[in-house]
Every structure is written in structure tokens, then in C-alpha cells.
Design a protein around this ligand. Sequence first.
Ligand code: CA
Length: 659
Amino acid sequence: MNDARPRWRARRARITGVLAASVALAAAGAAVLPALAASAGPTLAQVATARGFHVGTAAEVNSLASSQWRYVADSQFNSVTMGNEGKWDATEPAQGQFDFAAADAIADYTAATGKRLRGHTLVWHNQLPAWVSAERTAAEQRQVLIDHVTGVAGHFAGDVAQWDVVNEPFNEDGTLRSSVWYTRLGEDYIADALTAARAADPAAKLFVNDYNVEGVNAKSTGLYDLVRRLQARGVPIDGVGLQAHLIVGQVPSSLRQNIERFTALGLSVEITELDVRIPLPADAAELTQQAADYRAVVGACAAVAGCTGVTTWGVGEVDSWIPEFFPGYGAALLFDEQWQARPAYSAVVEALGGTATVPAPPPVPSRATVAAYPFETGLDGWGSRGGETTAHVTTVAHAGTGSVLSSGRTATWQGPTRPVLDLLTPGKLYTVTGWARTASGSGTARLSMQRQNGTATRYENISATTAIGTTWTRLSGDYLFLPGATALSLYLETTDTTGDLYLDDVTIETEGPPVSQSPSASVSASVSASASASVSPSASRSPSVSPSPSGGSGTACAVRYTTDDWGSGFVGTVTVTNTGPSAVNGWTLRWTFAGDQRVSQAWGATLTQSGAAVSAANATWNGTVAAGASVTLGFLAGYTGTNARPAAFTLNGTTCALT
Ligand SMILES: [Ca+2]
């Protein structure tokens, strides 16, 4: 304990940018919560806390930078589990070189908001840096394990209530998995890890955590037998974690019986990673079944004295791992893509003995465009990473007439790049979007940041997807800019080919302050009714700052509207030409959809939808349209039925000709 305090202080001191942002958001959240509680009844966290129960969410540092995530998590959960930040590849990327920057941000968030912290995870077979599995003797491997557990658990000593010390050690038949740990150290690695964790942090409750161990089955019996062997040897173990990544309608009937056989051993039990995934699109019957599933799981835990908490693996659709890892599934958590409570939310509150009041959704933040590169007049500051050629071309374009062509590439990492350090603020979360296409054939295109901190260089991937030569592919992802960079460059590369590569319409966006008049009520009502999980949440509903259009009188315009359909969704492209005699300075283009089209993402304009009516206001960089010039905006939308075209468009109130 003597050295725990200086380490704790050092940890707090190191957190600057991210923590500062977190604390600022916490303060904002605190100001909002009393009013919400007074008008909307107790939150899930308040219901849980009142009965000494823990309802948690996994958290990642990216999520902490989202005001909407924070709004829901701050008020609805009283426990937080490290998402990826506590895993080996994050905490000890090189042997003996610990990096707690990201995990500290999670710990500081829980400290600032009074939530319990679950540590996850000390020993696992996944997300291990390569050095861990390098050839070495068993004695050396054991020391690697003990040094890691000691370093990480020691760093968080006093802050972590529970550690998932060993994660997923079992095969489905109840035998131990042939991981690098088991094959080199045998079953003893589990006892070694638990013993080292207890020594490093005597106060933390030590758990073994696994999946498919929710019901009584061969795997959970393997876990049960392991616990008994550990207890017989006097090895410290305090609990078992049942992950509970479930499929709708498939809660094991023996869940409670299974929980009870572990608590009968004197252990605590927690449901540690609950989600209930649904084949998309989720319909009302499935959401009702899901609510029953959540009620069953939380009810089974709450009914057993030693079952002390339930953690869901994320808050809502935005931070759920399911859509990415189980393609075709989603809608797995308590909140939807608009941060509206799903029926399962009320079921969980009621399973804990509370009376459910559906919480108000968080204010929709405005979107601020930090930078946009349309490549209409040149390279916009972009260049080459290596010996390849980077050129402004007008042969193909995603929007407008220009794009960037990267040719003569001799390595996959070569591609267009641009320094962006001066544009970004440490601790802020950005959405980076670009459109790529190959000159021919297919390849995997990837948007990344090259980040330098002095002489150390890191490559941080933002988005990767297959690009082909016949159409443009959208790359979009979040990027959390952590403090300490000395250089930062955004770049496009491929992972598997060296063919010619096009890039167009790169944007960097971030959250602005909440919009004063949130449109979320009308938007979310229709979204939650259809329970559509296929449309991601978006910038599109943020009205942001309305420009004051000028040149409204006398405006003459022509509009070309094209769509790229795939049955349930489409990319719409709208090109507006100023056919009047003078420049337009600031513009708003309006149209009304003929069907139930609903926009989820937009570029080239700030797009607001209310019912079928759409208003697209110019972005900061394309507000001026010279006489005879054109501007193009685009959007991603979903629909049912037929994708009928809008009948008319107006620019600053004047009806445009259709071309
Ligand atoms: Ca372009």
C-alpha cells in the first residue's frame, strides 16, 4: 500500500486533456440531472442504488467524449467497466512499458461521477501484443504474467471494485482453452494471476469471467469445478462473471439455478457483458421479447442475494459491438440509435422493483465542420506519403467534378495525406469521413492517422472497407485526439493492393454545443416506432447554426437529383447550379420527400429533416456559389416502399428548374 498512493496521484496528474473534457461534461450533466429527475422520476441508476444493486455499462474513451453518451450514462448507470482500455494491448503494449492513458480516463470518469469501476481484464488470450507470445521458458512466461497483473492491478489499486482477472479461460466442453497461458503454464496460470492480483490490490474483488456460462451446462460446470479447486487450494477468488451475450428469446432457463450454485460456494456473481441481439431490422414483437429477456436476466440476478450487479456491454446502438461483430444483428442494448430507451429499459427498472419512467433523450449536439476537402479546385493541401504521385484530376469525382488520384504506388501504405495537427483539439472526438474508389479491381481502402509523439510514431486506423473501381465507397469513423502529439497526418492507403486510388470529399467534423431547440422528439418518435437499427445516428438532424441567406430575391437555380439505390436505402446526390446573374452568398435548399425517406448522414450541407420536409443549409466552405457555378451535396437515407423522387426544390425560397 505504501507505493499505491504516489501512483494514484501520478495517474490523476497525467490526465489532462481528456479528463478536463470529461469533467466539463460531468459538470454540465450535473446541472441537467436534478431537473430531469424531478420531472421524469427515478433513473435506472437511482432504482438500482436504492436497493444496493449495480447496473453498469462498458465504457470506452471515445464514448466519454460524446455528450449524448455521457448524458445517458451519467444518469442511468452506477457502474462502469473498462471497454478495451484495460486490456493487455492497451496497458502493456511493450514489455515493461505500461500505458494507462486511456484506462485512466475511464477511471477518472467513474471517480468524477461517483460510479463503481470494474476492471477488465488482466489475463486473456485475445488482444495480446505479439511480444507476450514470443518464445520463452515457462518460468519467464509466468513472470510476464505476474509482472503484468502486478503492474496493472497495482496502478488501479483502491480504484477498482472488481477485476475480471482471468477472461474466457474455457472451451465450450468445460476444458481449459489452449491459450498461450494454458499451453505454457497449465492450469496454474489462473491461480498465479489471482494471487498476484490480490497482492497488488487487496481491496479489489477478483473474478473469473466467461461467456456461454449463463446456464447450467458443460462450460459453466467447468467453471464451477475450477472455482472449487481454487478454493480448496486457498487461492483468492471472489466471484464469477457471466458475460451474457445473448440472442433474443434465448435466455437459458437454468440461469437462476446456475447463479445459485456459484453463490452457494460463497462467491459473488455478476452479469458482466449483457446484450440481447436481434436480427435486423428489429420488429415490435422482437423488442417485446427482448424486454422479457432483459427482465428475466436482471430478475434472476436480483433474486439471488450474492448476485450483485448487471452490466450491459455499452449504452446504445452507437457504442454496441454487436453490429460490427455479428453482421445482420443489432438493437441489443437498452437504448437505441437516438439514445431513446427501448422497451427493455422499462423491463430492467421493473425487474429491480422500480416504476419505469422513460427518460427524455439527450439534447442533440450541433455538428461543427472542422475541415472539408472537396478537391474541386486543387489538392486542398494534400500530398504524397512516399514516392507515389498525388494529382488533382477531373476524370471521376464523388461530388462535383474533381478528386485526388494517387498513382505509381509501390507500397500499400502509400496514398494521399494531409497534416491536420493544427485543426484538432486534444481530448475531442472527431468524425472523419472520406470517399474512396480504386481505378480498377477491388482493394481494401483505409483511412488512418499517423500520429507522432516526438520520435515515436503510431498508426491509428479510423475506417476500412472494400473499395472497387465502379463506384465510390464511404469511409467514416470516429477519431479521439489524445493529448501529446507533435505531428498528425490523415491519410488514405490500401491494405492489400498497390493499384491507383481515388479520394474525394474528405470531412472532419466534431460535436458543437447542444442545439437550443432539439428536433429529437419528432425524429426519435418515428425511429423508435419502426425500431429500425439499420440507420446510424447522425449529424443530419442537427440544425446547427442557420446561415442568413442573402441573394434570395432574384435567385435562379437548376437542380439535378440522382440516387444510388439498394432496396432499403440510398445515397442521394443533389447538384444545384446558380443560373442567376449574380453570386449566391449563403443558401438553403429545401425539398419534400415523396415517401418515408429518412436521412441519416449528409455531406456538403447541414441537413435538417422534419417529417418529409428537408432543409439543407450550406456548409462553411460552400456558402458562396458564383453565377453559373454549381454546388453538390449528398446524403445517406433509408426508406420503405418505392423511392419516389421529390417533386420540387427551392433555393432560398425560389423554385429551381429540374434537370
Ligand atoms: Ca470532389
